[in-house]
Write a protein that binds this ligand. Structure first.
Ligand code: NAD
Length: 293
């Protein structure tokens, strides 16, 4: 099977490499020059689309996906499959899906969770939206790049699941960080706090699997000077998408709204850009209740 892979960034390049390792013929394209040896790199986007059975995109945002989808629709043979793994807004996913349908192209939105390590290890979770037919074609590829796939429903459902997950993640990361900083001030040893919370009702993925405190819990970006990992600006993007979606259906989401406000301040006013989203812990260490740092 020939697979075109468009967007060879932090996530896309290991995902494409895993497909090549599993024996698929992979043709990768990125607008930036990439030195990757695991599979063929092509210099024109058309060469990653024409003659492919499946085209996968892993791009930064909805506008880029919309733009690239035009190329895919113009160059992909009918009845072939387009899988978008980027995290984008629900509206754009539905729009791209409708356009693909007009041209008889199968479309599936399939954002992922699991981060760069999950992409490298082929251990991502895929949350997918699309027809059963498109899902059946894409499933063997998800099984190579990940270890769990959930077919969430119609086109756009994958993106809905993703923003719901990340709204919880952003909120729990903030709760975990403010708690660690408060415990520090109250004189509780961080190891003891982890020991209690990670096996008590305050546990979460943010505390147990991705602890924002260096040297505590399993290895995480905190142990690598908060190098991403999952950059704060990507969390800001996802929290923004979550609020757009919440507004579109008049859902009351006070925690999500506050999480967006905090990451917005962190990224845009507090040098959080380029720092892992768990790197918000030092911000709480510095701050006091009256918000003066
Ligand atoms: P990235 O910025 O590293 O990769 C995006 C790549 O797309 C870049 O290499 C860029 O050059 C390329 N690109 C941009 N415009 C293009 C175009 N027109 N044609 C071809 N290539 C183009 O981002 P990433 O971390 O790989 O994330 C990709 C997507 O996955 C995002 O939507 C992100 O929200 C989502 N995601 C990321 C993580 C993570 O931990 N990094 C986890 C889950 C989901």
């Amino acid at each position: 099977m020939k697979i075109g892979f468009i967007g060879l960034g932090n996530m896309g390049s290991p995902m494409a490499a895993n497909l090549a390792k599993a024996g698929f013929e992979v043709f990768g394209f990125d607008i930036e020059e990439k030195s990757i040896s695991n599979f063929t790199i092509v210099n024109n986007i058309e060469d990653a689309i024409i003659g492919m059975n499946v085209v996968i995109t892993m791009l930064s945002d909805g506008n880029i996906v919309k733009e690239v989808s035009q190329e895919i629709i113009s160059n992909l043979t009918k009845r072939k499959t387009f899988i978008d793994c980027s995290t984008i807004d629900v509206k754009t996913a539905i729009h791209v899906g409708k356009n693909c349908k007009k041209f008889n192209i199968n479309f599936i939105d399939a954002p992922v969770s699991g981060g760069i390590n999950g992409a490298i290890e082929g251990a991502l979770t895929f949350m997918t939206g699309g027809t059963q037919e498109a899902f059946s074609i894409a499933k063997p590829l998800f099984e190579v790049m990940g270890n769990k796939t959930v077919h969430c429903g119609k086109i756009g459902s994958g993106q809905v699941a993703k923003i719901c997950n990340n709204m919880i993640l952003g909120s729990t990361m903030i709760a975990t960080c403010e708690t660690i900083a408060m415990a520090d001030k109250l004189g509780l040893d961080r190891d003891k706090l982890f020991n209690v919370v990670s096996t008590s009702s305050g546990f979460s993925w943010s505390m147990n699997n991705y602890c924002p405190a260096p040297g505590i819990g399993p290895k995480s970006p905190a142990d690598n000077n908060y190098n991403p990992g999952f950059a704060s600006e990507l969390m800001l993007k996802d929290l923004t998408l979550a609020q757009q979606a919440a507004k579109s259906v008049d859902a009351d989401t006070p925690m999500g709204e506050l999480a967006l406000k905090v990451y917005n301040e962190f990224v845009n006013n507090e040098d959080g850009k380029g720092i892992d989203f768990s790197g918000i812990l030092p911000r709480f260490e510095k701050r006091s209740r009256n918000k003066n740092s």
